[in-house]
Design a protein around this ligand. Structure first.
Ligand SMILES: [Fe+2]
Ligand SMILES: [Fe+2]
Length: 397
């Protein structure tokens, strides 16, 4: 009796048993589509009768003798499979994919040991052989050599199993170079994207500086100092890099401040000062639409906030100010005081550092202030250093 192509519904269990000569059992779907219950053999059990009545039943495929299947599977798989004696690592069998991959005839492979295929240094080969013989399952990316001398990057795994009282090693090798190529292409693309992002940030920064020549280099120098402070605080190179980026754009909101206020010598009126203060929020509004991998917009919004809540624009304090903004705040004050401004001459680095020292813990984060003081006083950092390292050169860090 042929097997039905569609599920049987409400079969008579007796009829099922008659139909099952050439099949291995039944899968029964439970009510409301719940998981199937499998009866591996169509024995006429009471439980099975109860279960199948009124439900969907599928005949299962007949069981196949697995030993007969091994040979065609061995030949058909696209990964290279090599069987060796586990004790000596002598190759005893290899599938067509292995022959194709390594370029040896089967008989040549049978006269070789598995380590002969490796192009790793002798020491590494011995280590690999020891690991394989110890019975541990291994999976590594290794360099192998084809018969024609070409090097192969291989993802190789090895497992020991017993067969007819012998211990055999099943080694599976897959050409990893395509995968590496794809990985390299993805990494290159990511680097290009990061380069483009960094280039855009530099252009934006240059635009701000062109509008306000008195603060030319200010953002660049703030970014550089902020990066060094982050490293001094033990932050990772990636986080430190984000500080450099934030520094480069932290005053971008000044693009909305009337130019005559920015460049006019002399003190600002209260009204003018209020206009300048808006640059923090305006910078946030410009940057919040850009999906940076770092909290650039928030740091820009908060870079004039102070730990005691006396800053602007929101007067937030303490932990409400993100670390990035606390670092930029210190770098910004140091750079601004040390440099010339339209309304006053440069006050010098010592005045700047004593401002940070006196207000550490009150206006400025204590750890950030200390890191900055250490940089200048103990590690010889000078702001001039901060000038011209192109941002793109750090993109690969
Ligand atoms: Fe600012
Ligand atoms: Fe600034």
């Amino acid at each position: 009796m042929g097997r039905p192509r569609t599920p049987w519904i409400a079969p008579d269990p007796a009829q099922l048993c008659m139909a099952c000569d050439d099949i291995a059992g039944f899968a029964v779907r439970r009510p409301k589509g719940r998981e199937a219950q499998v009866f591996p053999s169509p024995a006429d059990s009471e439980q099975m009768k109860d279960t199948v009545r009124g439900r969907d039943v599928w005949p299962m495929e007949p069981r196949l003798p697995i030993a007969d299947l091994a040979r065609p599977i061995f030949s058909a798989v696209s990964d290279a499979i090599i069987l060796c004696r586990a004790d000596t690592l002598d190759i005893v069998e290899a599938n067509p994919a292995a022959i194709l991959l390594y370029g040896y005839h089967l008989n040549e492979l049978r006269s070789m040991r598995l380590p002969d295929l490796s192009a790793e240094p002798e020491q590494t080969r011995k280590q690999i052989a020891r690991t394989l013989r110890s019975g541990k399952t291994t999976r590594d990316v290794r360099t192998h050599r084809r018969k024609d001398g070409a090097l192969l990057t291989i993802e190789a795994s090895g497992t020991i199993f017993s067969w007819q009282k012998q211990k055999l090693l099943l080694a599976v090798a897959r050409d990893y170079s395509k995968h590496l190529k794809a990985e390299n292409a993805t990494r290159l693309h990511a680097e290009q994207m990061e380069d483009a992002l960094m280039g855009t940030i530099e252009s934006i920064s240059t635009m701000t500086e062109l509008r306000d020549p008195y603060t030319a280099n200010h953002e660049r120098r703030v970014g550089s100092l902020a990066e060094r402070i982050a490293l001094e605080l033990g932050m990772t190179a990636a986080v430190a890099k984000s500080l450099r980026v934030i520094g480069l754009v932290h005053d971008i909101g000044k693009i909305a401040t009337p130019a005559e206020i920015l460049v006019r010598p002399g003190r600002l009126s209260a009204q003018e000062y209020a206009l300048v203060q808006q640059h923090a929020r305006q910078g946030f509004e410009i940057l919040e639409k850009v999906e940076f991998p770092w909290p650039v917009a928030r740091a820009v919004l908060q870079h004039h906030e102070r730990m005691d809540g006396s800053g602007y624009p929101d007067g937030i304090k303490g932990d409400a100010i993100i670390t990035e903004a606390r670092i930029i705040a210190v770098a910004d004050v140091v750079e601004a005081m040390a440099s010339h401004r339209p309304y006053r001459p440069a006050q010098g680095i010592e005045r700047a550092l004593s401002e940070i020292e006196q207000s550490r813990g009150r206006l400025y984060d204590t750890a950030v202030a200390d890191a900055c003081l250490t940089l200048f006083r103990e590690k010889g950092f000078v702001l001039a250093e901060a000038q011209d390292q192109p941002l793109r050169s750090i993109a690969a860090n």
